[in-house]
Structure formats: C-alpha cells, structure tokens
Ligand binder design. Sequence first.
Ligand code: Z5A
Length: 227
Amino acid sequence: MKGKLIVFEGGEGGGKTTQIQLLRDWLLKQQQSSPFLSKSIDLEVIITREPGGTKLGQALRGLLLDTNVSGEQIHERAELLLYAADRAQHIEALIKPLIERGAIVLCDRFTDSTIAYQGYGRGLDLELIQQLNHIATGGLNSDLTFWLDIDINIGLARAKNRGKIDRMEQADMRFHQLVKKGYQELAKTNNLIVRIDANMTREKVQEQIQEIMEQKLKEWVDILPNK
Ligand code: Z5A
C-alpha cells in the first residue's frame, strides 16, 4: 500500500485532537518546501477518529459515549463489540481506500485504545481483544503511533475545562491508572509506538512529534506519491 496510517493514542485530555491538526498543517507545508526531503512529495492528509469515522461510526459513537442515549448500562462485552464494529466499518469504508490511493491518514485512536481501555481498564481478555482487533482491521496495522503520555490529573483537568464530560471520562481514578498501564505495556513491546511527553505546551509537544515525523518522511519518501 502506498499510503500510511499514523495513529494518536493516550488517556483523556492528552491533546490528540490539537496535535493531529498541527501535524496535518505541518505535513502539508513539507510538500511545498521541505529542507530535509530529497524530492517533492504530493501529500493527501486526512484526519479521522475512532469511534465515529464513518456514518455508522457516528451512530455507534453516540451509543458508546453519550450517557443518555441507550438508557441502560452497556455491558463490557457489548461495548467491546461496538468498538470493533466501528473499526471494521472505518477500515473498509474509509481507511483502506485512502491508504491504497497513497494518502496519509491521521487517526485519533485505533486498536491500542481497545487494548488499553477494554483490556487493561475493564479487564477483558487481552488475547480475545487482539483477535477481535485483527478481525476488525483485516490485518491493517498502524505505521506509526504517537502515544501522548499525560499525567492523569492534568489530562482530566484539560478535558473538564473543555466542557463536555462523557461516559468514559466519568470513570474513577483506578480505571484511568489501568488505562495508562496498558499504554506503558504496549509501548514496551511495540517499537512503532513512540511515547511523547504530553504534559508540555502545545508547541513543545508538536516539536517532539515533528522530530519523529521528519525521520519517518525521509524513510518513506520513495513510497509516498511524488509531484
Ligand atoms: N475508546 C475505548 O474505550 N475503546 C476504543 O477502542 C476506542 C475508544 C477507539 C472517546 O475518545 C473515548 O472512546 C475515549 C476512549 C474510548 N475515552 N474517553 N473519554 P475521544 O478521542 O473522542 O475522547 P478523548 O480521549 O477523551 O479525547 P479528548 O478528551 O477529546 O482529548 P484529546 O483529543 O486528547 O485532547 P484535545 O481535545 O486536543 O485537548 C483537550 C483540551 O486541552 C482542549 O481544551 C485543548 O485546547 C487543551 N490542550 C491541548 N493541548 C494542550 C497543552 N499542551 N497544554 C494545555 N492545554 C492543552
């Protein structure tokens, strides 16, 4: 496949949405004039998210995150399967076609969220989740994952300041600690996951991301579409 899938992961309020937009702007600038690339590239950069990257996904996002929509407690296994359904649709309807035509897809959350939240957070079987992730993605993996690692209290305070508190953000401190542990464990075994210190200013966080991206673009320059 010609394109690339770059994922942003981490706990609440880590700045994923903010950093994805900054990275999109930076990537688009690189095709106009890049001091570090040997040739011009022609980038299509698309931002998407999970849950909610497709029309079906938006409906599922409402069911998963809005405390009032379903009117009943969502069972943990039902929740797991809804995230998987969102992902299967997202891959087939959006991500795979984009990557096949050479786009760079910036995705706010992906398979590691399920491992961290449903696996470590809720305690569901990790092997089962890996299998389900494989079914949902059809084997399509992220080419690079930025884990925005933020102090839990700072992240929750940022999320609260932003206004809306959803079902997951209402979870207790223990849950957030388990989720963090999940990301720590994932980063230990997968070298495509890059830890970013997200406690800093927006600019400092973006600098860390750009540094990694510069290396990656140099590596990918012959695969990405040329001008
Ligand atoms: N979930 C799951 O359980 N299983 C799964 O498989 C999947 C998801 C895929 C929805 O995710 C929920 O779905 C999520 C896990 C679950 N749990 N929750 N909640 P989401 O991505 O829609 O929501 P989120 O994780 O809560 O993201 P967020 O709170 O929207 O935060 P963010 O996108 O990482 O950050 P942000 O919106 O860019 O920043 C938050 C605020 O902080 C905002 O006001 C910014 O202006 C501000 N900000 C950003 N950066 C900074 C810095 N550096 N300094 C100061 N202030 C900053």
